[in-house]
Ligand binder design. Sequence first.
Ligand code: CP
Length: 321
Amino acid sequence: MIHDATNNMSWTKKHLLDIESLTAEEILTVLDTARGFKAVGERAIKKVPALRGKTVVNLFVEPSTRTRTSFELAATRLSADVINFTTEASSLKKGETLKDTARNLEALNAELIIIRHSASGAPHFLSRVLDAHVINAGDGAHEHPTQAFLDTFTIREKKGRIAGLNVTILGDILYSRVARSDIWALTKLGANVTLCGPATLVPKTFEQMGCRVTHDVAEAIRDADVINLLRIQHERQRKTMFPSIGEYTQQFGLTKARLAKTKPDAIIMHPGPINRGVEIDSEIADSSRSVILEQVTNGLAVRMAVLYLVNGGKSVANPAN
Ligand code: CP
């Protein structure tokens, strides 16, 4: 049976590569541990010694604002030494391979390597060639596991549970790693997941992941407890998937008129970056219904929990001690 109650199972995985391979209990272990770290973040002294003496590398080979900065802050709050690797200033530009780059970082005693890469499977590849712990910060259109943790953490915080909730993910599902990780996490935790968007971006094959697919936006959001919007991932699309941005907004954008026909307590989520006036009306993004910035805040606690657990942290109830 799937449940939302606090559980006391310890984490045993060396890496965090995806959500697909995790059990509901492992996901809840991360969420419960993150709750403890969120409380630490509300204290006057926000640092704990959990990773003192450890070196964490942020190996971001693709752009990021939220994920990179929150992993950096999370590692700092855990007292680790942090190296921020940027592609533009690296020898990747001179033709060095990802494997050689990562092995050189490991030779400098990097014990935890956080990787974002445009190629699906890059973190899995590194986990096979390195001794370091590898954490996936987004690989191509495959997975973005810490986004799924912060999304489910936020939903549980706002709604008190996940099992039985109606969660609609609206937008470009096909090219979204966030969608895939969210679908795995939400279905494992017992939510009813509906996917909606243009047929070219939301194929029926996604039903194999245990969710419902519809192309009728009014119907998709009417009974939703959570509406999670995704931007169009232009950087991953290899052909035109719909006639124009204007038409997309008209057909699938969350406008005030559409929002008026949803449950009054439905929350609006978005992993960011948002494209105001495209997938979301600008006023809605800034409204009290939006939890977009709370998601970002929760991302810090969740990433502290992931670094802590992957490094062998055991105490779920009070990770600050
Ligand atoms: N949600 C997310 O992954 O944002 P960034 O690309 O800014 O890290």
